[in-house]
Design a protein around this ligand. Structure first.
Ligand SMILES: [Zn+2]
Length: 378
């Protein structure tokens, strides 16, 4: 097993070839578990995306107690690794499958990781907060979140793809910029909310990095208080005095000032600021939780539950005996049915269809109607 701090130069040619196949030619937080061969102990885009989604789903379950079941208690989940199966069992009942939720989350995670592989996205600095394209990066990030909201009403697959792209950029910001090195302990307050201008950005003629000839470059930022990010490769080319992304795949990092500032992994061979990887990952996780919460706010709990396939039931059926002599019981059943509907309205338990099946003596049974969404009050 490769130790976490092993420089890439310690790897033999076969291992290097394998890593080159597994890792994208551009890098960010590593995309998924397979790329952890390069730097065990690193936190991936997939980890960040899944943990953030589970956090916000727990929040949703805490705020919307399950009808007919005891409410969830936060203390039961504190200090434990959040798992979809545990969360769904606590909310919907023991053994309730979380398979559809995990599949939806897998779509988001794969779309996130694909940003580093697809020809249309992998070399675009705006989509990775590279090359000091911070304002442009935020515009694209906010646009992808907006597209997620629009698509959520029409096409969940497309919505999950746009969400994955948005989360990728958001997470990259903490790994590719110097936000962590500036001593910030919280996510950037204006990255998801575009009304405020991004301030204190380094300009093209502000030098930001000194030369670093080692794999680790803990002191190469020039004491700047301005926000900057690393240049990667040759598009665009790195201006004099600017920081590189750094690492094995970055051609720009062999041009002065050499080295780089990325915190994508725990490996010095890929990440000159590897010592700050966990801090960058922590802020990327908090920011991803903010993004999921923002989405929940914009879509409502019902829309959010549909997007992530949290909602278990696709339809809820009421079967009523409408025989004339059953008048009183019918009225009681109507009140009960209304209560059941109200309990579920706007929550993860709300079905997409309601089915009413009346029957009466001498035993015929007619499907009276299917209503999409919540039935009216009448
Ligand atoms: Zn990236």
């Amino acid at each position: 097993m490769l130790p976490a701090d092993a420089p890439l130069s310690h790897l033999g040619p076969p291992a290097l070839l394998l890593l080159q196949l597994l890792l994208p030619p551009t890098t960010a937080f590593f995309p998924n578990i397979w790329s952890l061969l390069a730097a065990p102990g690193s936190i991936t885009h997939q980890d960040l995306t899944e943990e953030a989604a589970l956090n916000v789903t727990l929040q949703l379950f805490l705020e919307q107690p399950p009808p007919g079941r005891p409410p969830l208690r936060l203390e039961d989940f504190l200090g434990r690794t959040l798992l979809a199966d545990d969360l769904f069992a606590a909310y919907f009942g023991p053994g309730f499958p979380s398979r559809r939720f995990r599949a939806a989350l897998g779509e988001v995670s794969r779309a996130n990781a694909a940003q580093d592989f697809l020809p249309t996205s992998r070399n675009d600095p705006d989509l990775h907060f590279d090359a000091e394209r911070l304002g442009q990066g935020r515009t694209r990030l906010v646009g992808a979140l907006r597209e997620t909201v629009v698509a959520a009403a029409l096409d969940h697959t497309l919505a999950r793809q746009r969400l994955g792209a948005a989360l990728h950029a958001l997470q990259d910001f903490y790994s590719h910029s110097n936000w962590v090195e500036l001593g910030m302990q919280q996510p950037h307050p204006h990255l998801l909310w575009p009304r405020q201008e991004l301030r204190s950005l380094a300009q093209v003629d502000d030098p930001t990095c000194s030369d670093c000839e080692e794999l680790s470059c803990p002191g190469n930022l020039l004491g700047v208080t301005l926000l900057t990010s690393g240049y990667f490769g040759t598009h665009p080319s790195k201006p004099p005095g600017k920081c590189s992304h750094g690492g094995h795949f970055d051609q720009s990092s062999s041009q002065p000032p050499r080295g780089g500032i990325n915190k994508d992994s725990t490996s010095p061979g890929f990440s000159p600021h590897h010592m700050l990887h966990l801090q960058a990952a922590k802020l990327a996780l908090l920011a991803s939780i903010q993004a999921f919460s923002l989405l929940r706010n914009r879509l409502g709990d019902r829309g959010f539950s549909r997007l992530l396939d949290i909602t278990p039931a696709s339809s809820l059926s009421f079967v009523l005996d409408t025989t004339g002599s059953m008048g009183e019981e019918i009225n009681a059943a109507k009140i009960q049915a209304r209560h059941i509907v109200e309990q579920r309205r706007g929550s993860p338990m709300e079905p997409s269809h309601y089915v009413l099946v009346p029957f009466h003596d001498p035993g015929n049974c007619v499907l009276a109607g299917i209503v999409q969404g919540s039935p009216g009050q009448g």
